[in-house]
Design a protein around this ligand. Structure first.
Ligand code: GLN
Length: 560
């Protein structure tokens, strides 16, 4: 992102007295409730420190016992983000990558399950030399080992560690304990940032600090004192609220940060910077503040400002509803990728959820897909809503509405094409119908046994794989490259036995993995835009590097 390297980097790891600078750590913890945008606050601060010339890395701790996020239901836990390495992790890792404009290694994500698994494996291999292995200190010690490993792998001068959940929860105690132990060892190198909520109850019309005071005291109960408090609220914190928090939470007045709601998450770093947040953090560590270089970021935010021109994009999915509430969290990278591409073209996206099951109702024909400038069918699993998605794809293909299928969205587009164009009326995926007579989409050979044995955690085809792109295809025109690498998360694939027949019927397979002999992209020609990818391009789209396929899709939507 930043070409020109700034002062702190050059005098790398040397303090003003010429001694070697020790690595610094910022633990970000939550107060009062979840969903405050702790990940965005962490990402924003990390990006700002990086743009002041520091080597920065960011870690996420997920307190769940799940060994990774791959087995978690996206409705409850949000999107499963995938790293190059193939690790399935929390969506915040996606935010970190988008804000740092850089891919992160798997050591930067941990769960309770992962930590315990390592400790237990080590114990089984006599790694503790006969000692009693104890929850404290052996579990926090393993947490600390991972944090230090991540720091040294990145040679980070500043490592931000976000602890999931809120203080006071049983689940994250051992991670707070790790922070406490690190702080005890070198108090000047470890800082605690409490991101907390300040409600403005409508019947009072006043911003209340009490819940945050309680959160701060709860944090004290874990042996930790916040150095910074980030006050999340609808509105900016005024001086009265700031000084209350300072006195009652035992924090310097200039270390209370106001973080009001922002419609555009990419604006948060700019709000922070107006308030000198990164400089204040560096001052607290007694580090030089360097010169800030966020021109490119500001440029992005300007481009993403609301424009009169709109594109209306429908996302057909099934992971939207939590009770009465429709949430987009399960598809967050898709949404962000659309936004990046729209900012590039300077149009405003209007994104709407289309419940795939609605297409299975009797009055489905009433759903007017023509209203949309483009439709995306994103990744998914299982059989619920599948016939509905297939119905929708047929209409989209026939009515020449721009279509972008991601993973399952590509597989289903191929099934639809096989059924309705190639005349293979029983075409299906063995994921939905294991005994189908026409397995156009079939389980990958090495996956069959895994499925049989139900060893489903962390065993899909995951992470970055190479793809060759055929010339004279839409994909090649958009990427402007013959070889790419993209991230995957799937068990099923296009059955090569049907390849020739589908090609004869006009389907174009534009992307291909040479090492595994797998189809990675498919297109319908003579259509404004009809493209499917076996991989997830959304994971690599970044504000400062919008994804070429999303750019192409949004361009086609604008042309409608
Ligand atoms: N369920 C499909 C598979 O496993 C698609 C996966 C996805 O969309 N991520 O292959």
């Amino acid at each position: 992102m930043s070409k020109q390297r700034k002062q702190p980097k050059n005098q790398k790891k040397k303090s003003s007295r010429g001694q070697k600078q020790t690595p610094k750590y910022i633990f970000v913890v939550g107060g009062v409730m979840s969903g405050l945008g702790k990940g965005i606050a962490t990402s924003s601060l990390g990006m700002l420190l990086q743009q002041r010339g520091y080597e920065v890395t960011m870690m996420k701790i997920d307190p769940y016992v799940n060994v990774d996020a791959g087995t978690m239901n996206p409705v409850e836990h949000g999107e499963v983000f995938v790293l190059d390495s193939g690790l399935e992790c929390d969506q915040d890792m996606g935010n970190y990558e988008r804000f740092l404009n850089r891919s992160l290694p798997p050591i930067n994500y941990m769960t309770t399950g992962m930590v315990y698994q390592t400790v237990i494996d080590r114990e089984r291999q006599m790694g503790y030399d006969g000692a009693c292995v104890q929850v404290v200190p052996d579990i926090p010690n393993e947490v600390i080992r991972r944090i230090r490993h991540s720091q040294s792998e990145a040679e980070a001068q500043i490592t931000l560690v976000e602890i999931g959940g809120t203080v006071g929860e049983y689940e994250n105690l051992l991670f707070l304990e790790a922070a406490r132990m690190m702080r005890l060892e070198s108090p000047e190198d470890v800082m605690i940032m409490l991101v907390s909520y300040l409600p403005v109850p409508s019947m009072l019309g006043e911003m209340k600090t009490k819940p945050t005071q309680h959160a701060s005291r709860t944090l004290n109960g874990s042996g930790l004192q916040a150095d910074f408090i980030v006050g999340r609220s609808e509105q900016p914190l005024d001086e009265i609220r700031k000084s209350k928090l300072a006195t009652l939470c035992n924090v310097h007045a200039d270390r209370v940060i106001s973080a009001p709601d922002s419609e555009n998450i990419y604006e948060v770093p700019l709000i922070f910077e107006d308030d000198n947040v990164s400089e204040r953090v560096l001052n607290a560590f007694q580090l030089p503040s360097g010169t800030q270089d966020i021109a490119a970021w500001k440029g992005y935010v300007t481009r993403s400002k609301k424009d009169e021109r709109q594109v209306r994009i429908g996302i057909v999915g099934k992971y939207f509803y939590s009770g009465e509430y429709a949430l987009g969290d399960a598809y967050i990278s898709v949404i962000e990728a659309i936004k990046h591409a729209c900012a590039h073209h300077r149009v405003t996206p209007k994104i709407e959820w289309l419940n795939s099951e609605d297409f299975e109702e009797e009055d489905a024909s009433l759903i007017d897909l023509q209203m949309y400038d483009g439709i995306i069918v994103p990744g998914g699993f299982g059989s619920r809503g599948i016939e509905g998605k297939l119905q929708a794809i047929r209409i989209i293909r026939e009515q020449k509405i721009p279509y972008f299928g991601l993973c399952y969205g590509m597989q289903l587009a191929i099934i639809e094409y096989a059924r309705n164009v190639a005349g293979i009326s029983d075409a299906h995926t063995t994921e939905v119908d294991p005994s189908t007579s026409e397995p156009v989409i079939d389980v990958m050979a090495e996956q069959a046994q895994i499925v049989k044995e139900n060893q489903l955690g962390g065993t899909m085809r995951l992470g970055a794989y190479n793809c060759d792109i055929h010339p004279r295809t839409l994909a090649r025109r958009l990427y402007q490259k013959a070889h790419i690498s993209e991230r995957h998360r799937h068990r099923y694939e296009v059955n090569n036995d049907y390849r020739e027949q589908l090609e004869e019927e006009g389907l174009v397979f534009s992307g291909f993995n040479p090492d595994w002999n797998l189809i990675e992209m498919a297109e319908v020609p003579h259509h404004p835009f009809f493209l499917g990818t076996q991989f997830h391009p959304e994971f690599l789209s970044r504000p400062l590097a919008p994804h070429p396929l999303f750019k192409g899709f949004v361009r086609a939507a604008m042309n409608r």
